[in-house]
Design a protein around this ligand. Structure first.
Ligand SMILES: Cc1cc2nc3c(=O)[nH]c(=O)nc-3n(C[C@H](O)[C@H](O)[C@H](O)COP(=O)(O)O)c2cc1C
Length: 176
């Protein structure tokens, strides 16, 4: 299976990137082809709603989205790895998702999806906006949830290392 991992944290050794690393290791060991796109170290301009693409065509911005565009279309599974930023996904990842607009006409096809998310607090209620966003996005696109790893209580980079969550991400990658 072709898997695309979209990450959203600017912390290279941060917690959500650790989840992405473990997920990728598991998926590759299971024989999947994995492509990774790190939104935070890429140049992806936010959508400006010019509608030049007509929701199914070239974008006016010639930036790093061009390198991931075809992979989003052809991936059989898309994994989203993000820190929680003010109860939402990171702006860096959201900019990539908003650029789905230009390929909207090509991605309403069955795919699997995975959510890897980390946050500092311990209140499960705080997870609701991201979980709802993920669920409604998948419903809209016709994609199927293949699993989630949600890691509360991790603030500094590296805090996730001594938790069970990297192992969960590895096993999810092995079993998708
Ligand atoms: C701009 C910003 C906003 C944040 N907002 C929240 C939040 O709303 N709730 C929370 O529990 N943690 C919040 N955090 C903490 C991060 O979610 C937490 O440290 C997470 O593990 C970071 O993931 P990373 O290491 O992959 O970057 C925030 C951190 C930053 C930098």
């Amino acid at each position: 299976m072709k898997i695309l991992v979209l990450t959203g944290s600017p912390r290279k050794n941060g917690n959500s990137n650790t989840l992405a690393d473990f997920f990728i290791r598991g998926a590759e060991e299971a024989g999947h082809e994995v492509i990774r796109f790190d939104a935070a170290s890429s140049d992806v301009h936010p959508c400006i709603a010019c509608n030049s693409c007509g929701m199914n065509g070239p974008c006016v911005f010639h930036d790093d989205f061009e390198t991931v565009r075809e992979h989003i279309i052809s991936a059989e599974l898309v994994a989203f790895a993000t820190p929680m930023y003010y109860f939402g996904i990171s702006a860096q990842l959201k900019a990539v998702i908003d650029r789905f607009y230009a390929i909207n006409g090509k991605i309403h096809i069955p795919k699997k999806a995975v959510l890897l998310m980390t946050y500092a607090n311990n209140s499960h209620r705080n997870e609701a906006p991201i979980l709802t966003h993920y669920e409604v996005l998948l419903e809209y696109l016709g994609w199927q949830d293949a699993g989630r790893v949600i890691a509360p209580g991790v603030w500094p980079a590296g805090a996730i290392d001594d938790t069970p969550f990297p192992g969960q991400a590895y096993r999810l990658g092995r079993n998708v």
